[in-house]
Design a binder for this molecule. Structure first.
Ligand code: ASP
Length: 437
């Protein structure tokens, strides 16, 4: 049996956290392949090492002195190494990084990846595991796209030679050896790729919370914990704004049906949340799995009598969006109107021009815009078979005197999305939570 464990930045932020991680790994000999993040924050106001590395990169590019930021990075690793008491030539490692970035063509991905690289080397030495550079097993193609097939092959070969190994998260390399990183939080994805590549039975994602909560605890006090959730539900929730895991992280494990457990390094005996294909549902799990939200959307409403008879109408609207590089989030419609739900960041300074182009192309009767809309997504795999779920959500919002601006239900009937004014979003979420959880 083999278990892949990813430890996030907060789990490896200090020597004290390293002790806990070692204890967790050594308590189960099946925990064979370990994916570390770079050291995260040790306390509020502290800096993540990856953020310090971004600063280091920016200073290098602008030919500013890097000595202060380098000293901060050195101090973070020094505390860890001295605290866990291992022999590790930190100065040599940091000198190498400095030498590498002093050239003219310093690459941002290389600099950013060093946080995970160093933490991986230190953790491997501490555990007595082999260190495998992610550059050798996580493959990207020449265009910087992650190459699944090559990565899985390399990982399979690695597993046949190394029984226990630490593989840093967040990065890999192209065939010519150029380092490429995933987007921020990408160690979750590295862990998932390794789990799939080594054919693990389980992927444990260790973090600083005891599993997933049904809703942001900053909005609803002490929300219920999600014990079981499907891959698809998790993807919906993380895409819809829940701070869970990297939203791409589910793809590799879905293919092999490898369960993922989210657990707490600071409370190692807590049960955590389990993500799987066929998640069981107990009566006391409630009628929905979770609620998430994303703020700052605009809704462009286009009205035109007999729109349903205007062949190609939707195509014309979509062509205008495409020509302006605007991503569309949703497009609810009725016979004589459609609404375009778009993240406000895509419309910055473009709204007037876009409306003019839509008017020219579609000869609409009226085009209006609602700004500052929050999309609230209610996710639940059992909603499909439950009569009256939407009635409960809409009644709760009506009772709280909240005006619903848009309603969307996905084809899977696993989610219901409502758009409300940003200023009413928290109240709306509390009302929906009370009515459904
Ligand atoms: N260290 C990287 C970040 O802060 C990647 C990760 O932690 O997953 O985004």
């Amino acid at each position: 049996m083999s278990i892949v464990c990813k430890f996030g930045g907060s789990s490896l932020a200090s020597s004290e956290q390293f002790y806990k991680v070692k204890d967790i790994i050594e308590s189960n000999p099946d925990r064979r392949y370990i994916i570390p993040s770079a050291p995260g924050k040790t306390k509020k106001g502290d800096q993540k090492v990856t953020d310090l590395l971004i600063l280091l990169y920016n200073m290098t590019v602008h030919h500013l002195s890097t000595s202060e930021v380098m000293a901060m990075i050195r101090a973070r690793y020094r505390e860890i190494i001295d605290g866990i008491g291992i022999e590790f030539d930190l100065d040599r490692e940091l000198d190498k990084i400095l030498a590498d970035i002093s050239g003219d063509r310093v690459r941002k991905a290389y600099v950013l990846s060093r946080g995970e690289y160093l933490n991986g080397k230190i953790l491997a030495a501490y555990l007595g595991f082999d260190f495998i550079d992610a550059a050798d097993v996580i493959a990207f193609d020449g265009d910087g796209q992650w190459d699944a097939e090559t990565s899985y092959k390399a990982l399979e070969a690695m597993a046949s030679e190394h029984e226990y190994a630490v593989i840093p998260g967040f990065y890999g390399a192209t065939p010519s050896g150029k380092i490429v990183t995933f987007s921020r939080g990408g160690s979750d994805l590295s862990g998932s790729i390794v789990a799939r590549g080594v054919n693990a039975e389980l992927y444990e994602n260790w973090t600083d919370v005891s599993g997933l909560l049904a809703v942001d605890p900053g909005i609803v006090e002490h929300p219920k914990k999600i014990r079981h959730i499907t891959y698809q539900e998790l993807r919906e929730l993380s895409y819809s704004g829940a701070k869970v895991m990297h939203d791409e992280a589910m793809f590799p494990v879905i293919e092999k049906n490898i369960p993922v457990v989210i657990r707490n390094t600071n409370a190692k005996d807590d049960e955590g949340s389990c993500i799987m294909a066929d998640a069981p549902h107990d009566e006391d799990d409630g009628d929905i799995t979770g609620i998430a939200c994303r703020k700052d959307f605009d809704v462009i409403n286009i009205e035109k009598l007999r729109m349903n008879r205007d062949l190609g109408f939707h195509r014309k609207v979509l062509s205008v969006l495409e020509a302006n590089d605007i991503y569309l989030e949703h497009m609810p419609s009725s016979i004589d109107s459609i609404s375009l739900v778009i993240a406000s960041k895509y419309l910055k300074n473009k709204t007037d021009q876009l409306i003019a182009e839509l008017q020219t192309f579609t000869s609409a009767d009226r085009i209006t815009v609602d700004h500052n809309i929050t999309l609230i997504t209610v996710v639940g795999r059992t909603m499909k078979n439950k009569i009256g779920m939407s009635a409960r959500i809409f009644t709760a919002l009506a009772n709280a005197s909240i005006n619903i601006r848009v309603i969307i239900q996905g084809a899977s009937e696993m989610n219901i999305i409502v758009g409300v004014a940003d200023s009413e979003a928290d109240r709306a979420i509390r009302a929906i939570y009370e009515a459904t959880c």
